[in-house]
Design a protein around this ligand. Sequence first.
Ligand code: SF4
Length: 346
Amino acid sequence: MHNFYDFTLSELEKVIGALGNEKFRARQLYRWVYNQGVSDFSAMTNISKSLRAIFSAMFSMDLPVIKEVFPSEDGSIKFGLSAADGSIIESIFMPEEKRNTLCISTQIGCRMGCKFCVTGKIGFRRNLTVSEIVGQVISVKKYLNMERRISNIVLMGMGEPIDNLDAVLGALEILKNHLGLDFSHRKITLSSVGLIDGLKTIEPKVASIAISLNAADEKKRTFLMPINRLYPIREIMSFVKGFKGSRRIRITFEYILIKDINDSLDDAKELADLLEGVKCKINLIPYNESPYIEFKTPPPERVDRFQMYLLNRRFTTMIRDSRGKDIFGGCGQLGMKYLEEKHNEG
Ligand code: SF4
Protein backbone atom coordinates (compact mmCIF):
# COMPACT_ATOMS: atom_id res chain seq x y z
CA MET A 1 0.00 0.00 0.00
CA HIS A 2 1.24 3.50 -0.83
CA ASN A 3 0.75 6.58 1.27
CA PHE A 4 -1.40 8.95 -0.80
CA TYR A 5 0.35 12.02 0.65
CA ASP A 6 3.69 10.86 -0.76
CA PHE A 7 2.56 11.55 -4.34
CA THR A 8 2.89 14.79 -6.27
CA LEU A 9 0.10 15.31 -8.77
CA SER A 10 2.19 14.21 -11.74
CA GLU A 11 3.34 11.07 -9.89
CA LEU A 12 -0.24 10.28 -8.99
CA GLU A 13 -1.29 10.71 -12.62
CA LYS A 14 1.38 8.22 -13.63
CA VAL A 15 0.40 5.64 -11.00
CA ILE A 16 -3.28 5.92 -11.81
CA GLY A 17 -2.61 6.05 -15.57
CA ALA A 18 -0.56 2.85 -15.31
CA LEU A 19 -3.68 1.09 -14.03
CA GLY A 20 -5.53 2.11 -17.18
CA ASN A 21 -7.50 4.89 -15.49
CA GLU A 22 -7.96 8.36 -16.91
CA LYS A 23 -5.42 10.85 -15.63
CA PHE A 24 -8.10 13.31 -14.54
CA ARG A 25 -8.94 10.91 -11.71
CA ALA A 26 -5.73 12.06 -10.04
CA ARG A 27 -6.98 15.64 -10.16
CA GLN A 28 -10.31 14.56 -8.72
CA LEU A 29 -8.55 12.82 -5.85
CA TYR A 30 -6.34 15.85 -5.21
CA ARG A 31 -9.39 18.12 -5.05
CA TRP A 32 -11.14 15.87 -2.57
CA VAL A 33 -8.15 15.31 -0.37
CA TYR A 34 -6.39 18.67 -0.34
CA ASN A 35 -9.07 21.22 -1.27
CA GLN A 36 -11.95 19.65 0.60
CA GLY A 37 -10.10 17.79 3.33
CA VAL A 38 -11.87 14.49 2.60
CA SER A 39 -9.64 11.49 3.22
CA ASP A 40 -12.28 8.75 3.07
CA PHE A 41 -12.50 7.39 -0.47
CA SER A 42 -16.06 6.15 0.08
CA ALA A 43 -17.20 9.79 0.43
CA MET A 44 -15.82 10.80 -3.00
CA THR A 45 -19.16 10.69 -4.73
CA ASN A 46 -18.11 11.75 -8.24
CA ILE A 47 -15.94 8.62 -8.53
CA SER A 48 -17.51 5.24 -9.28
CA LYS A 49 -17.87 2.76 -6.42
CA SER A 50 -15.58 0.22 -8.06
CA LEU A 51 -12.85 2.80 -8.57
CA ARG A 52 -13.23 4.04 -4.99
CA ALA A 53 -12.68 0.47 -3.82
CA ILE A 54 -9.52 0.23 -5.93
CA PHE A 55 -8.17 3.48 -4.52
CA SER A 56 -8.93 2.44 -0.92
CA ALA A 57 -7.00 -0.78 -1.47
CA MET A 58 -4.14 1.13 -3.11
CA PHE A 59 -3.61 4.08 -0.80
CA SER A 60 -3.32 4.59 2.92
CA MET A 61 -4.11 8.07 4.20
CA ASP A 62 -1.79 8.06 7.21
CA LEU A 63 -0.56 11.35 8.59
CA PRO A 64 1.67 12.13 11.54
CA VAL A 65 -0.57 12.31 14.59
CA ILE A 66 -0.47 15.28 16.93
CA LYS A 67 0.71 13.76 20.18
CA GLU A 68 1.31 16.85 22.26
CA VAL A 69 0.38 20.51 22.01
CA PHE A 70 2.23 23.22 23.91
CA PRO A 71 0.55 26.63 23.73
CA SER A 72 2.92 29.48 24.59
CA GLU A 73 2.00 32.67 26.39
CA ASP A 74 3.27 34.54 23.30
CA GLY A 75 0.52 32.91 21.19
CA SER A 76 2.68 30.38 19.37
CA ILE A 77 1.90 26.68 19.61
CA LYS A 78 4.45 23.92 19.52
CA PHE A 79 3.31 20.53 18.21
CA GLY A 80 4.90 17.16 18.81
CA LEU A 81 3.64 14.89 16.05
CA SER A 82 4.16 11.18 16.14
CA ALA A 83 5.29 9.40 12.96
CA ALA A 84 4.30 5.79 12.20
CA ASP A 85 7.58 4.53 13.71
CA GLY A 86 7.03 6.56 16.89
CA SER A 87 9.57 9.27 16.00
CA ILE A 88 8.61 12.75 17.15
CA ILE A 89 8.33 15.47 14.51
CA GLU A 90 8.33 19.09 15.71
CA SER A 91 6.30 21.90 14.16
CA ILE A 92 5.59 25.33 15.56
CA PHE A 93 2.73 27.67 14.68
CA MET A 94 3.61 31.35 15.08
CA PRO A 95 0.78 33.86 14.74
CA GLU A 96 1.73 37.46 14.01
CA GLU A 97 -0.25 40.56 13.19
CA LYS A 98 -0.15 40.11 9.43
CA ARG A 99 0.63 36.43 9.00
CA ASN A 100 0.45 33.05 10.62
CA THR A 101 3.58 31.03 9.98
CA LEU A 102 4.02 27.31 10.43
CA CYS A 103 7.59 26.14 10.86
CA ILE A 104 7.99 22.52 9.79
CA SER A 105 10.70 19.87 10.05
CA THR A 106 12.34 17.92 7.25
CA GLN A 107 14.37 15.34 9.18
CA ILE A 108 14.39 13.59 12.53
CA GLY A 109 17.52 15.05 14.07
CA CYS A 110 20.16 16.61 11.84
CA ARG A 111 23.70 15.87 10.79
CA MET A 112 24.87 19.49 10.45
CA GLY A 113 25.89 19.76 14.11
CA CYS A 114 25.44 23.53 14.55
CA LYS A 115 26.75 24.33 18.03
CA PHE A 116 23.79 26.50 19.02
CA CYS A 117 21.11 23.96 18.06
CA VAL A 118 19.58 21.20 20.14
CA THR A 119 18.61 19.21 17.04
CA GLY A 120 22.28 19.22 16.09
CA LYS A 121 23.00 17.64 19.48
CA ILE A 122 20.48 14.86 18.83
CA GLY A 123 22.35 13.92 15.67
CA PHE A 124 20.85 12.50 12.50
CA ARG A 125 18.12 9.87 12.90
CA ARG A 126 16.40 9.76 9.52
CA ASN A 127 14.90 11.77 6.68
CA LEU A 128 11.21 12.57 6.74
CA THR A 129 9.11 11.32 3.83
CA VAL A 130 7.05 13.60 1.60
CA SER A 131 3.90 12.60 3.49
CA GLU A 132 5.52 13.37 6.84
CA ILE A 133 6.57 16.84 5.66
CA VAL A 134 3.24 17.73 4.05
CA GLY A 135 1.43 15.91 6.87
CA GLN A 136 2.64 18.45 9.44
CA VAL A 137 0.80 21.18 7.54
CA ILE A 138 -2.36 19.10 7.10
CA SER A 139 -2.48 17.91 10.71
CA VAL A 140 -1.87 21.38 12.16
CA LYS A 141 -4.39 22.87 9.74
CA LYS A 142 -7.00 20.38 10.98
CA TYR A 143 -6.10 21.17 14.58
CA LEU A 144 -6.51 24.91 14.00
CA ASN A 145 -9.86 24.09 12.43
CA MET A 146 -10.33 27.14 10.15
CA GLU A 147 -10.14 29.46 13.15
CA ARG A 148 -6.65 30.53 12.19
CA ARG A 149 -5.35 30.12 8.66
CA ILE A 150 -1.74 29.17 8.02
CA SER A 151 -0.49 31.86 5.63
CA ASN A 152 3.24 31.10 5.49
CA ILE A 153 5.39 28.02 5.71
CA VAL A 154 9.03 27.96 6.75
CA LEU A 155 11.21 24.87 6.43
CA MET A 156 13.26 25.75 9.46
CA GLY A 157 12.40 23.10 12.03
CA MET A 158 14.41 19.95 12.69
CA GLY A 159 16.81 19.07 9.91
CA GLU A 160 18.56 20.62 6.93
CA PRO A 161 16.07 20.66 4.03
CA ILE A 162 18.75 20.39 1.32
CA ASP A 163 20.05 17.24 2.98
CA ASN A 164 16.67 15.64 2.20
CA LEU A 165 16.20 17.33 -1.13
CA ASP A 166 14.07 14.81 -3.06
CA ALA A 167 11.42 14.57 -0.35
CA VAL A 168 11.51 18.33 0.22
CA LEU A 169 11.01 19.09 -3.47
CA GLY A 170 8.08 16.64 -3.60
CA ALA A 171 6.53 18.23 -0.53
CA LEU A 172 7.00 21.74 -1.95
CA GLU A 173 5.22 20.70 -5.12
CA ILE A 174 2.20 19.51 -3.13
CA LEU A 175 2.27 22.62 -0.93
CA LYS A 176 2.23 24.89 -4.00
CA ASN A 177 -0.07 23.02 -6.40
CA HIS A 178 -3.38 24.89 -6.67
CA LEU A 179 -5.19 21.56 -6.39
CA GLY A 180 -2.90 20.69 -3.49
CA LEU A 181 -2.42 22.94 -0.47
CA ASP A 182 -2.19 26.01 -2.71
CA PHE A 183 0.54 28.14 -1.12
CA SER A 184 2.33 30.72 -3.26
CA HIS A 185 6.08 30.14 -3.56
CA ARG A 186 6.49 33.61 -2.03
CA LYS A 187 4.86 32.33 1.14
CA ILE A 188 7.25 29.41 1.54
CA THR A 189 10.79 29.86 2.83
CA LEU A 190 13.41 27.17 2.75
CA SER A 191 16.17 27.79 5.24
CA SER A 192 19.56 26.18 4.69
CA VAL A 193 23.00 26.26 6.25
CA GLY A 194 24.20 26.84 2.70
CA LEU A 195 24.60 23.44 1.02
CA ILE A 196 25.41 25.19 -2.22
CA ASP A 197 25.35 22.18 -4.55
CA GLY A 198 21.72 21.50 -3.62
CA LEU A 199 20.72 25.16 -3.44
CA LYS A 200 21.94 25.64 -7.01
CA THR A 201 19.38 23.13 -8.24
CA ILE A 202 16.47 25.08 -6.73
CA GLU A 203 14.67 27.34 -9.17
CA PRO A 204 13.62 30.76 -7.81
CA LYS A 205 9.93 29.87 -8.08
CA VAL A 206 10.25 26.81 -5.88
CA ALA A 207 10.53 28.76 -2.62
CA SER A 208 12.21 31.78 -1.08
CA ILE A 209 15.67 30.98 0.16
CA ALA A 210 17.08 31.86 3.55
CA ILE A 211 20.67 31.13 4.50
CA SER A 212 21.62 30.63 8.10
CA LEU A 213 24.82 32.68 8.30
CA ASN A 214 25.41 33.56 11.97
CA ALA A 215 28.92 34.94 11.46
CA ALA A 216 30.72 36.91 8.78
CA ASP A 217 34.10 35.51 9.68
CA GLU A 218 35.11 32.05 8.39
CA LYS A 219 36.74 30.98 11.65
CA LYS A 220 33.82 32.03 13.80
CA ARG A 221 31.29 30.46 11.44
CA THR A 222 33.23 27.19 11.42
CA PHE A 223 33.17 27.26 15.23
CA LEU A 224 29.39 27.75 15.25
CA MET A 225 28.63 25.67 12.17
CA PRO A 226 31.14 22.94 11.31
CA ILE A 227 29.58 22.62 7.82
CA ASN A 228 31.39 25.90 7.04
CA ARG A 229 34.51 23.82 6.40
CA LEU A 230 32.77 22.25 3.38
CA TYR A 231 30.73 25.28 2.31
CA PRO A 232 32.62 28.36 3.50
CA ILE A 233 31.23 31.88 3.54
CA ARG A 234 33.15 32.85 0.39
CA GLU A 235 31.35 30.09 -1.58
CA ILE A 236 28.00 31.08 -0.15
CA MET A 237 28.65 34.68 -1.24
CA SER A 238 29.55 33.68 -4.77
CA PHE A 239 26.35 31.60 -4.92
CA VAL A 240 24.26 34.50 -3.65
CA LYS A 241 25.80 36.97 -6.06
CA GLY A 242 25.07 34.66 -8.99
CA PHE A 243 21.59 33.67 -7.76
CA LYS A 244 19.23 33.55 -10.75
CA GLY A 245 16.37 35.29 -9.06
CA SER A 246 18.52 37.90 -7.37
CA ARG A 247 17.18 40.87 -9.34
CA ARG A 248 13.63 40.29 -8.18
CA ILE A 249 13.99 37.94 -5.30
CA ARG A 250 16.14 38.76 -2.34
CA ILE A 251 17.82 36.07 -0.36
CA THR A 252 17.35 36.32 3.39
CA PHE A 253 20.26 35.88 5.73
CA GLU A 254 19.50 34.61 9.19
CA TYR A 255 21.80 35.66 11.96
CA ILE A 256 21.25 34.16 15.40
CA LEU A 257 22.64 36.63 17.91
CA ILE A 258 24.47 34.85 20.72
CA LYS A 259 25.73 36.79 23.72
CA ASP A 260 29.46 37.52 23.59
CA ILE A 261 29.93 35.22 20.60
CA ASN A 262 28.71 37.13 17.55
CA ASP A 263 26.76 40.13 18.87
CA SER A 264 29.40 42.88 19.06
CA LEU A 265 29.57 46.01 16.95
CA ASP A 266 32.66 44.58 15.27
CA ASP A 267 30.57 41.55 14.27
CA ALA A 268 27.89 43.86 12.86
CA LYS A 269 30.50 45.80 10.87
CA GLU A 270 32.02 42.60 9.52
CA LEU A 271 28.56 41.42 8.46
CA ALA A 272 27.78 44.72 6.75
CA ASP A 273 31.12 44.67 4.92
CA LEU A 274 30.50 41.09 3.76
CA LEU A 275 27.01 41.84 2.46
CA GLU A 276 27.82 45.25 0.97
CA GLY A 277 26.21 45.48 -2.46
CA VAL A 278 24.26 42.21 -2.05
CA LYS A 279 20.51 42.54 -2.46
CA CYS A 280 19.31 40.78 0.65
CA LYS A 281 17.32 40.92 3.84
CA ILE A 282 18.81 40.22 7.25
CA ASN A 283 16.83 38.55 10.01
CA LEU A 284 18.37 38.91 13.44
CA ILE A 285 17.22 36.21 15.83
CA PRO A 286 18.16 36.63 19.49
CA TYR A 287 19.31 33.22 20.69
CA ASN A 288 16.65 31.06 22.32
CA GLU A 289 18.31 29.65 25.44
CA SER A 290 17.93 25.97 26.19
CA PRO A 291 18.94 23.77 29.12
CA TYR A 292 21.06 21.67 26.74
CA ILE A 293 23.38 24.39 25.45
CA GLU A 294 25.49 26.94 27.30
CA PHE A 295 24.97 29.88 24.91
CA LYS A 296 23.05 32.89 26.19
CA THR A 297 20.60 35.41 24.77
CA PRO A 298 22.13 38.90 24.36
CA PRO A 299 20.51 41.72 26.33
CA PRO A 300 17.94 43.64 24.23
CA GLU A 301 20.15 46.76 24.03
CA ARG A 302 22.90 44.77 22.30
CA VAL A 303 20.37 43.35 19.84
CA ASP A 304 19.05 46.86 19.12
CA ARG A 305 22.58 48.24 18.71
CA PHE A 306 23.42 45.47 16.22
CA GLN A 307 20.27 46.16 14.24
CA MET A 308 20.79 49.93 14.31
CA TYR A 309 24.27 49.56 12.86
CA LEU A 310 22.95 47.48 9.96
CA LEU A 311 20.04 49.87 9.38
CA ASN A 312 22.48 52.78 9.25
CA ARG A 313 24.40 50.86 6.62
CA ARG A 314 21.10 50.66 4.70
CA PHE A 315 20.36 46.97 5.09
CA THR A 316 16.78 45.78 5.43
CA THR A 317 17.11 44.27 8.88
CA MET A 318 14.42 42.78 11.06
CA ILE A 319 14.55 41.37 14.55
CA ARG A 320 12.68 38.07 14.56
CA ASP A 321 12.05 37.25 18.17
CA SER A 322 12.46 33.63 19.17
CA ARG A 323 9.01 32.26 19.76
CA GLY A 324 7.70 29.88 22.35
CA LYS A 325 10.52 30.32 24.85
CA ASP A 326 8.32 28.75 27.54
CA ILE A 327 7.33 25.69 25.46
CA PHE A 328 10.55 24.15 24.14
CA GLY A 329 10.22 26.55 21.19
CA GLY A 330 13.74 26.09 19.80
CA CYS A 331 14.00 23.36 17.23
CA GLY A 332 15.01 20.03 18.70
CA GLN A 333 14.15 20.87 22.29
CA LEU A 334 11.06 18.70 22.23
CA GLY A 335 12.94 15.86 20.51
CA MET A 336 15.59 16.07 23.22
CA LYS A 337 12.94 16.03 25.94
CA TYR A 338 11.48 12.78 24.53
CA LEU A 339 14.91 11.22 24.20
CA GLU A 340 15.64 12.05 27.85
CA GLU A 341 12.30 10.63 28.94
CA LYS A 342 12.98 7.42 27.00
CA HIS A 343 16.43 7.23 28.50
CA ASN A 344 15.05 7.68 32.04
CA GLU A 345 12.34 5.07 31.42
CA GLY A 346 14.91 2.59 30.07
S1 SF4 B 1 20.37 24.70 13.02
FE1 SF4 B 1 19.32 23.54 11.43
S2 SF4 B 1 21.01 22.74 10.21
FE2 SF4 B 1 21.94 23.38 12.14
S3 SF4 B 1 21.92 21.50 13.39
FE3 SF4 B 1 20.04 22.64 13.82
S4 SF4 B 1 18.51 21.73 12.48
FE4 SF4 B 1 20.52 21.18 11.70
